[in-house]
Design a protein around this ligand. Structure first.
Ligand SMILES: Nc1ncnc2c1ncn2[C@@H]1O[C@H](COP(=O)(O)OP(=O)(O)OP(=O)(O)O)[C@@H](O)[C@H]1O
Length: 255
């Protein structure tokens, strides 16, 4: 089923923050493609550029050089209005802090992106997702009446409701206990396998990365490795290696 054109891609992407002495090169010549119907994890030491890459891919931040595409659409250089429309229609987001609207019920939160985009959510599809996520009994509750795990499951349903081209998940299990985190990861895996969703997830957790089909490793703004069919142990090994390299470089710069 995997088609040749990627769901999202970055070509020769650079991102620099600040000027002069305060300048930080967050991304250095990034070239990466995220294939349709695949679950990819992005990992790397703190400050390696994971969030910056995800924000640039999702059109939440601009690049300084290079181009980003969502599906076949180049989003680099798009006007704000056009970009906002594309984000609403083609991208789903899952955040560490859930980011649900507190005054709306779970059901309203789930169907909100479609309503904002001016389309009607597909009721049957939303029912199927909320059933899979075991949220049927909770749909009329407000976020404060839900556990963290339930809130994140609502956020997952919201991300899938519009059947986006790609879902970007930023540390989706970072705020959850192990059991709730596992439920969310299993659902993300299932949404790729059963619903053909494409997911790109930033995580610090090798156990979470093991749910993905592929792990892209960043260090110091560069893509330094790409692992297929990851296991938690293989990811831990690779991360240790990159953290040692970064520590050695920091020490030699300080000397
Ligand atoms: N708005 C900003 N202004 C200046 N520097 C920034 C800004 N955002 C990020 N940076 C810097 O860019 C680099 C990459 O940051 P980024 O947040 O992408 O890393 P990360 O891998 O997501 O880190 P973490 O795992 O700690 O969340 C870091 O050196 C960071 O300090």
């Amino acid at each position: 089923m995997t088609s040749a054109s990627p769901a999202a891609s970055a070509s020769d992407v650079w991102k620099v923050y600040g000027n002069g002495e305060a300048q930080v090169v967050a991304l250095r010549d990034i070239n990466v493609q995220f294939h349709k119907e695949q679950f990819t994890a992005i990992m790397g030491p703190s400050g390696s550029g994971k969030s910056t890459l995800m924000h640039c891919l999702a059109g939440l931040d601009t690049t300084d050089r290079g181009a980003v595409s969502i599906g076949e659409t180049v989003i680099t250089g798009m006007k704000d209005k056009q970009l906002t429309k594309l984000r609403r229609e083609k991208i789903g987001f899952i955040f560490q802090q859930f980011n649900l609207l507190p005054t709306l019920t779970a059901q309203e939160n789930i169907t909100l992106p479609a309503a904002i985009a001016g389309t009607k959510a597909d009721d049957e599809w939303v029912k199927q997702i909320t059933k899979t996520l075991d949220l049927d009994e909770r749909l009329h509750h407000k976020p404060t009446e839900l556990s963290g795990g339930q809130q994140q499951r609502v956020a997952c349903a919201r991300a899938l409701a519009t059947r986006p081209e790609v879902i970007f998940a930023d540390e989706p299990t970072g705020n959850l206990d192990t059991r709730s985190g596992t439920e969310v990861l299993r659902f993300l895996r299932q949404s790729v396998d059963q619903f053909g969703q494409t997911i790109v997830m930033v995580t610090h957790d090798p156990g979470a990365a093991a749910y993905a089909d592929r792990v892209v490793f960043l260090a110091d703004g560069l893509i330094v490795d790409d692992m297929a069919d990851p296991t938690a142990d293989a990811v831990i090994d690779r991360m240790r290696h990159f953290e040692e390299l970064v520590a050695a470089r920091t020490e030699s710069e300080a000397a």
